[in-house]
Design a protein around this ligand. Sequence first.
Ligand SMILES: Cc1cc2nc3c(=O)[nH]c(=O)nc-3n(C[C@H](O)[C@H](O)[C@H](O)COP(=O)(O)OP(=O)(O)OC[C@H]3O[C@@H](n4cnc5c(N)ncnc54)[C@H](O)[C@@H]3O)c2cc1C
Length: 183
Amino acid sequence: MRLTQDLKLKERSFFASSSIRLLLGRTVASIDRQKKRVILDRPDSTEGEDYDRLVIATGSSRQVPNIPGSNKKGLLKLFSLEEAEEVKKNVRNSNSAIVIGSGPVAAVVSEQLSGMKIKTTLVSEARLLQGMLDRNVSSLVTSILMEEGVDVITGKKVKNFVGFDKIQCIVLDGRCLLQTLSS
Ligand SMILES: Cc1cc2nc3c(=O)[nH]c(=O)nc-3n(C[C@H](O)[C@H](O)[C@H](O)COP(=O)(O)OP(=O)(O)OC[C@H]3O[C@@H](n4cnc5c(N)ncnc54)[C@H](O)[C@@H]3O)c2cc1C
């Protein structure tokens, strides 16, 4: 299993030689803009760092649609490296998978799963990569995925997940259409 540290882009020495003081595993808990100081780890902490200029580059956070039935087993989310490992572990003995999404991650994961001989269906409310590509290139990506064996369903919204403790199918257009990840 590849660990997060195996994927680091720069060695510690890079930061030292670039006059960058690197503080890993620390959280900025609050910012005192009057004093131009960030407070580390706890808002009431006395430990912090002074700044002249502050750049906030804290990244994005996941968005998980609130689809009824999301609490059932069989639903995997994919945002972090740990979750990617979890998906990999779960699909190992599976015959089929449904991927919900329309961005690059959904497209790449679908292609990868299909390449692993898993019957893959990609369900997307929008056309694929709508925010990034024009209609023609988006269609091209859809065609390539279909050539790779992915069943692409666009323009459909997943209404809910059905099953007892484990998801058995997803509801599209009022019909329980597809069987999900199964071994
Ligand atoms: C599943 C997935 C696959 C992706 N695949 C690709 C790809 O193949 N190619 C590509 O170009 N992009 C890909 N991306 C997008 C890419 O990961 C992001 O665009 C990129 O990581 C954004 O970098 P960033 O520095 O803005 O934010 P991030 O990489 O999110 O870094 C922000 C950092 O800030 C830290 N942070 C947040 N709050 C605090 C705080 N209060 N105190 C201290 N630290 C804090 C976080 O812990 C995090 O380490 C992918 C994204 C996902 C989710």
